[in-house]
Each structure stands twice: as structure tokens, then as C-alpha cells.
Ligand binder design. Structure first.
Ligand code: NAP
Length: 375
């Protein structure tokens, strides 16, 4: 019997890569549900090819009634009886409620939507514990960690070092970076991804989000989650064990392997279509410390992580608003970090143990960010 997979955000970069992976695994998996936000044309094409039992479009973008099903369709898709695995490829806070619902319903969530775990790590991990669901990371760095630690006891784990490409501005001066254009920020050197995460990679906010994600996924204190800049994106993470031994997972940058592994973990299955690794083609591998002057938003994210409670939710919301304004051409690149800093200055971290508290923080941080960004 094939395993039913729901893909939330099937029209995005992760969603499309997931369908490419599934096209080579048709005997193991079947697409049971697909959702998108507003790209009705691509969603229709995907539905025609994969014939899922459920298709949900949040917002058709057209005025006629009945085309969009609203955000409820995400929870519906994620909790269906014929779905065992939910690939959450939604971008931003919009993915949170479906992740919670899927975990409470005992599903495996192959989680690309890191923002959900950042804003509500406590709630998400509790939903998994209580509902019997399981969170398996899709992010390549966290997949690398999982691949290195599978079969080991948690007490054997000492430290993680996540790698960051450094984005397109790694060799720029901070002054030049502050005035970077949208086109320049979207020119990622090693990965092809959606616009929001590409900008997050240029600010290194993405890596701060990943540090918080790793803290919740692997139950490690923040000082034990380090980051190093590795421009070739070949080593995805290092894992240090208590005896000082270090394992790393390597491969050419592609999301297809971490997606497949999230579906099959702890098993590995043959994938004839996977690009094979070649150390000579990979060339020299280099590693550099993160430069705080070049990536001020990364430090802000780490500070929010250390503050804990609702601070990561405020950090995430402020960043989402600032990135949106930057992509719309309304603020300069340097303003993203400035906006986050102003929101975090104003935020008094509270308890993040309830959905109401997290959503209230999210809404307030968004309001403050809009005010701060444009003033
Ligand atoms: N791309 C990568 O290689 C990569 C790697 C690691 C982690 N991730 C993470 O994966 C997530 C998705 O990234 P992506 O690059 O695939 O983004 P993307 O290309 O922008 O795709 C986002 C998907 O989510 C849907 N969506 C957007 N807003 C939504 C909303 N409010 N409600 C419901 N659905 C919504 C979009 O639908 P429409 O197409 O209809 O707008 C689209 O299907 C992010 O959290 C990102 O950090 C991505």
C-alpha cells in the first residue's frame, strides 16, 4: 500500500521539488492532497497529473465567490484520514496552524516551514508529543543533522555547526549591502528558492531561524548550536559527539535529497534520479566565521532566541513584514535589520505556551514593524 502525502504549498519551490521526488517514487507514495495560496493555474495542472482526493486553494485572487476555500483548507488537507505525511512547504507564519493540527492528528510533518517552529516551538513540540505526530525536518542543514544522529542516543550529542552559504553579499562592504537592490538580493549563489527565503539568506535571518529550529528539533541549548559560513554549500552540517568525534553530511545543493529523506526516515530508499556526489567536482571547501557587521539581523535573531518566550515570534513577524516591504521596493535592504531591531527593542517577551499568546505577539510585532519600517 502506498503512503498518502499532503503537500501544503505545492506550487512553491519546496512543493514543486516534492512532486519531482514523488514522480520517482510512485510505488511508495501517492499524492493525497495539494494546496496553494493563489496560483490556481499551476495547482490545477498538478491536480490533473496527480489526482489527489483533496485540492485546496486559499485565495483565488479573483472576486467571484467559491473559488478560494480560505485558510481552513490547510488544516483540512493536513488532517485527512488518507494522509500519513504532510509536507509543509508554506512560507511564513501562515503554516503554523496546519502543522499543529497535523501533529495533533498523529501525522508525520515533513517540515520546510521553519517559521512555524520558530514562532511556536514550544506549542509545536508539545502538539507532537500529545498527538503522537512526528516532526521531520526538510531544511538541508537539519536533515544533515538528523542523518548524522539517527541511531545515536540524545545524550551522545554535544554540539551542532550549521553551515550558511553567506548569500550574495558575503564579499561586499556593510555600506554597500545596506543599499542592495531586490534583484541583487535575489541572486543567491548556490540555491534556487522562493523569494522570502532567498532574502532571508542574504540577511542571514534564515540562519538565525535555523538556529532556533535546531534548538527545538534536537533539544539543544543555544550555545551548542553554532554557525559557520561555507560558500560552496557542500557540507550541510557538522555534528559533534561527546567523545569529540565529528560527523558531517555532504552533497551538492539540492532539496530533493532532504525531502526524500524526510518522507522515508529512518529508512533510505534507492533514488536513481539523484545527482551523485563527486568530491573532485565539489572542489575546495572553505569555512569562515559569521561577520556580525555584515549580517546584523543574524545577531538580532540569536538575541531573540536567547531571550526566549515570545521573542522569536516577534523576530519572525518583524522579519516577514520587513522582507515583504523590501520586495515591494518600499524600504532599502539595510532597513530590514533596523526594523527587526526596533520591534525587538519594543517587545517584552512573555510566555509562549499558548496559541493565543503567540498569535497576539505575531499581530503586534507586525503592526510595530510596519510603523518602524516606514517611519
Ligand atoms: N526553497 C527551498 O529550497 C527551501 C529550503 C529550505 C527551507 N525552505 C522553507 O520552505 C518554506 C517554503 O519555501 P519556498 O522557497 O518553497 O517558498 P515559495 O516558493 O514562495 O512557495 C510558497 C508556497 O506556499 C504557498 N503560500 C504562500 N503564502 C501562503 C499562505 N498565506 N497560505 C497558504 N499557502 C501559502 C504558495 O502558494 P502560491 O504559489 O499560490 O502563492 C506556495 O505554494 C519556507 O518556510 C522556507 O523557509 C525552503
Amino acid at each position: 500500500m502506498s503512503v498518502g502525502v499532503a503537500i501544503l504549498g505545492s506550487t512553491g519551490s519546496i512543493g514543486c521539488s516534492t512532486l519531482q521526488v514523488l514522480a520517482r517514487q510512485r510505488e511508495r507514495f501517492r499524492v493525497a492532497a495539494l494546496t496553494a495560496h493563489s496560483n490556481a493555474d499551476l495547482l490545477e495542472q498538478q491536480a490533473a497529473e496527480w489526482r489527489p482526493s483533496y485540492v485546496g486553494l486559499v485565495n483565488s485572487g479573483k472576486s467571484e465567490a467559491g473559488r478560494g476555500k480560505g485558510a481552513e483548507c490547510l488544516v483540512e488537507a493536513a488532517t485527512r484520514a488518507d494522509v500519513a505525511i504532510v509536507v509543509n512547504g508554506i512560507v511564513g507564519a501562515a503554516g503554523l496552524e496546519a502543522t499543529l493540527a497535523a501533529l495533533r492528528a498523529g501525522k508525520r510533518v515533513a517540515l520546510a516551514n521553519k517559521e512555524a517552529l520558530v514562532m511556536a516551538g514550544e506549542l509545536v513540540t508539545r502538539a507532537a508529543r500529545e498527538g503522537g505526530g512526528e516532526i521531520v525536518p526538510v531544511d538541508s542543514e537539519h536533515s544533515a543533522v538528523l542523518q548524522c544522529i539517527t541511531g545515536r542516543r540524545p545524550t551522545e550529542l554535544e554540539r551542532l555547526i550549521l553551515t550558511a552559504s553567506g548569500g550574495p553579499f558575503r564579499t561586499w562592504t556593510p555600506e554597500r549591502v545596506a543599499g542592495a537592490t531586490v534583484e541583487e538580493a535575489l541572486r543567491h549563489p548556490t540555491w534556487r528558492m522562493g523569494k522570502k527565503i532567498t532574502v532571508d539568506s542574504a540577511t542571514l535571518v534564515n540562519k538565525a531561524l535555523e538556529v532556533i529550529e535546531a534548538h527545538f528539533l534536537f533539544a539543544l541549548p543555544y550555545p551548542a548550536v553554532e554557525v559557520v559560513v561555507h560558500p560552496q554549500s557542500v557540507v550541510h552540517a557538522f555534528v559533534e559527539f561527546v567523545d569529540g568525534s565529528v560527523l558531517a553530511q555532504v552533497g551538492f545543493p539540492t532539496m530533493e535529497l532532504p525531502i526524500l529523506y524526510a518522507l522515508t526516515h529512518p529508512e533510505r530508499v534507492p533514488d536513481a534520479g539523484a545527482r551523485r556526489f563527486d568530491p573532485v567536482a565539489a572542489g575546495s571547501l572553505t569555512f569562515e566565521p559569521v561577520r556580525p557587521d555584515l549580517y546584523p539581523a543574524y545577531g538580532l535573531g540569536r538575541a531573540a532566541a536567547a531571550a526566549g518566550g515570545t521573542a522569536p515570534a516577534a523576530f519572525n513577524a518583524a522579519n516577514e513584514v520587513a522582507v515583504e516591504l523590501f520586495l515591494e521596493g518600499r524600504i532599502r535592504f539595510g532597513r530590514i535589520a533596523e526594523t527587526i531591531a526596533r520591534v525587538l527593542d519594543a517587545h517584552r517577551p512573555g510566555d509562549a505556551g499558548s496559541l493565543a499568546a503567540v498569535l497576539a505577539t505575531d499581530a503586534e510585532a507586525r503592526r510595530l514593524a510596519r510603523e518602524a519600517a516606514c517611519s
